[in-house]
Design a protein around this ligand. Structure first.
Ligand code: HBI
Ligand code: FE
Length: 312
């Protein structure tokens, strides 16, 4: 059966996915090759550079004391606040010296196997467009601010950088077992919405938290959400929604711990034993959880996004 063949461990060439492997039906713009990379980064006008600067300054007013130290140091190492949308060539040069990663422009969401292939080769695909003033506070598609401000600073951390590459390498296997939802949950609760212990504090390292103003405070300080120590198996069985603040955040001890939990898990066994449709509700606390703080869920019980509920 095609879906259970060992995925290639040679990541030098873009893999062909067997016809029975599901991937989102995305229409490739005609000017792009099979790697989905834009020939060059977009040129941004003064209004767009000003949008970057305003977003940057707004985040920097809430992040100190709430964002992971590695993230704050990353923004400085890459000088992301020098003004205007950063040049991918310049930050790639800096990143290359630090961890061997680069940032490459893509037009939009790209197919899963292509996304994984870039990560497996230490290339981070970043959106080539920036949100408008109308969509300043909240967008669902990843733009250059979410991708470069949210994700790229963490790639200056050597252990985190290795974790992202391992995630890319793990992607094809998940696709071939048709368990991408499970691996996607790991990405969601670490790379996008992860928290880390620093002393007695929880700090945010997930890009989805760090690139917006509300969730930074909600994730680290509010009484609504649950905060649970990360367990890779448990997280991969957990549902997630992309349209509102999270009912639950998962907390890591260190990036070393995250890396080890991921590379040591035998994903073949996990996928073989994982029923295809089973998930824990994203607000559930289960018996094996090591709970850092049990949330009230007040925000979501009052209606969540659009209801006027306060993010407390
Ligand atoms: N494409 N541009 C882009 N950015 C992503 O974060 C992304 C993607 N394609 C697929 C994808 N993410 C998912 O496969 C993973 O997040 C699971
Ligand atoms: Fe993201």
């Amino acid at each position: 059966m095609a879906t259970l063949t060992e995925p290639k461990s040679d990541f030098s060439a873009l893999p062909e996915m067997p016809a029975d492997v599901f991937t989102a039906p995305l229409q490739k713009p005609a000017h792009l090759g099979d790697d989905w990379l834009e020939p060059k980064q977009a040129e941004y006008g003064p209004d767009q550079d000003a949008i970057w600067d305003d977003l940057f300054n707004r985040q920097m007013s809430v992040l100190p004391g709430r964002a992971a130290t590695a993230f704050m140091e990353g923004t400085e190492k890459l000088d992301l606040g020098r003004g205007g949308v950063p040049d991918f060539g310049r930050i790639s040069e800096e990143l290359d010296k630090l961890t061997g990663w680069s940032v490459v422009p893509v037009p939009m969401l790209i197919p899963d196997h292509v996304f994984f292939w870039h990560l497996a080769n230490r290339r981070f695909p970043a959106g080539n467009f920036i949100r408008t003033r109308e969509t300043f506070d909240y967008i669902q598609e990843p733009d250059v601010f979410h991708d470069v401000f949210g994700h790229v600073p963490m790639l200056t951390d050597p252990t985190y950088a290795d974790y992202m590459q391992e995630y890319g390498r793990a992607g094809w296997k998940a696709m071939k077992y048709n368990r991408l939802k499970a691996l996607g949950a790991l990405y969601w609760y670490t790379v996008e919405f992860g928290l880390i212990m620093e002393g007695d504090d929880v700090r945010a390292y997930g890009a989805g938290i760090l690139s917006g103003p509300t969730e930074v405070v909600f994730a680290t300080e509010a009484k609504s959400p649950n905060r649970i120590m990360l367990n890779v198996d448990r997280v991969m069985r957990t549902d997630y929604v992309i349209s509102d603040l999270q009912p639950t955040y998962f907390v890591i001890e260190s990036f070393d711990d995250l890396f080890r939990q991921t590379v040591e898990r035998d994903f073949d066994r996990l996928y073989t034993n994982l029923p295809p449709a089973f998930t824990y509700a994203n607000s559930a606390i289960i018996d094996v959880d090591y709970v850092v703080s049990r949330g009230t869920q007040e925000y979501l019980l009052r209606g969540g996004r659009g209801s006027g509920a306060e993010a407390v």
